[in-house]
Design a protein around this ligand. Structure first.
Ligand code: NDP
Ligand code: NDP
Length: 314
């Protein structure tokens, strides 16, 4: 059996982690990934407190395996989510978009492992100082909210590896055993995968969104809206409106007005492809199938071992 610091920390079979993704990763996807031997994450950023409570309850009925909740620290009702997480004794929390010093020790006192998501070496060092149990370093290729510096996974992972000693998980652009192995060569001990799991039968992404991803080609995503929260999305009609606003030298207030509220839900959960925000990674250009989460986990792991073996023979 394969074992490293990540499988031991999370008590999982394979160091494959499904990213917490707003509107796409509810209990159904998280339990399918954990039951397949990876780590499933419930994305709490889009859930009202009662919805998170419901998803954790449903997860527990569907799986006895370890799981995590992803909590973006800018979430408006964060105290309520923290209460729910502690009440349900959620074993692992992945925090993002905020200061890791605020909640890490409070969660750890409840025996919860804390992992924080970063997009730069500077923040990785801060996380280690804050005492987190592991770090996810996410490169420029990743879908959804991301760093402003545009550091790619290939540049970011080895630099973070050199700067910190705690366990490191790579994210951004990973969808196969080959890309997973490449990240291990760079110093990662686990991978976090988003886009590939959006394209699973268990993800709660709307079918229209999944079909749009199947059609996506190279160059069809872009990281934009850096003045607000930088986000990588599919270039749909909403994206064209953003682009036109930039051409007209729109200021931050104008961009905020244009974004409005609830666009991510509209696009990814309700399937409004023109007006919604369709958050997905660069790797979407190469994903040409929708599979079960179990098939995805098994394919990635099998390919990882095969490629590792092939390279050892070189
Ligand atoms: P239900 O099975 O009762 O579904 C509630 C609604 O969400 C239905 O309209 C259902 O559509 C839709 N839905 C939920 N999950 C999926 C999925 N995997 N694929 C397709 N459609 C889905 O409740 P759940 O236990 O699934 O969810 C409980 C609550 O959580 C609901 O209020 C749901 O809206 C919400 N949710 C929130 C997410 C988020 O990121 N905030 C993610 C997933 C669900 P239909 O009736 O057509 O099947
Ligand atoms: P918006 O402000 O446009 O809309 C908020 C959405 O979140 C609505 O669709 C709303 O659902 C839902 N929601 C769930 N809980 C609450 C709550 N307590 N108060 C208000 N709205 C709630 O936000 P986005 O859709 O752009 O972003 C949603 C979430 O994504 C953010 O709240 C944040 O948690 C997360 N995020 C994460 C980042 C990161 O990790 N780097 C960066 C930026 C955002 P409804 O429409 O049903 O009211």
């Amino acid at each position: 059996m394969f074992q490293n610091r990540i499988t031991q920390l999370f008590q999982i079979e394979y160091p494959i982690i499904q990213a917490g993704m707003i509107w796409c990763s509810g209990w159904e996807l998280a339990s399918a990934v954990s039951n397949a031997g990876g780590l499933g994450i419930i994305g709490a950023g889009s859930m009202y407190p009662a919805v998170l409570d419901e998803h954790i309850t449903k997860y527990k009925k569907a799986s006895s395996k370890n799981f995590a909740v992803n909590l973006p620290l800018l979430y408006p009702d964060i105290e309520k989510h923290i209460e729910t997480i502690i009440k349900h004794q959620v074993p692992i929390v992945f925090t993002s978009a905020g200061n890791p010093k605020t909640w890490t020790s409070i969660l750890q006192k409840e025996n919860i492992k804390v992992v924080h998501v970063v997009s730069s070496v500077k923040f990785a060092v801060k996380c280690q100082e804050a005492g987190v149990d592991a770090i996810v370093a996410e490169g420029f290729e990743a879908g959804g909210h991301n760093g402003r510096e545009e550091t790619t996974t290939l540049c970011l992972i080895p630099a973070v590896r050199e700067a910190i000693q705690i366990p490191l998980i790579a994210a951004g652009g990973i969808s196969s055993g080959k890309s997973m192995l490449a990240c291990f060569a760079l110093g990662a001990e686990g991978v976090q995968i988003g886009s590939r799991f959006v394209m699973s039968s268990e993800s709660s992404a709307h079918e229209n969104f999944k079909q749009a991803i199947l059609q996506a080609n190279e160059g069809d995503t872009e990281l934009t809206l850096k003045e607000l929260t930088p986000v990588r999305l599919l270039k749909n009609e909403f994206y064209q409106q953003v682009k036109a606003a930039y051409q007209n030298h729109a200021d931050k207030t104008r961009l905020e007005e244009l974004l409005g509220r609830g666009r991510a839900k509209k696009g990814m959960f309700e399937g409004e492809l023109k007006e919604g925000e369709l958050e997905i990674g660069q790797v979407s250009a190469y994903i040409k199938s929708i599979k079960s989460a179990k098939e995805i986990v098994e394919e990635i792991w099998t390919e990882f071992l095969l490629e590792k073996n092939r390279l050892s023979l070189l």
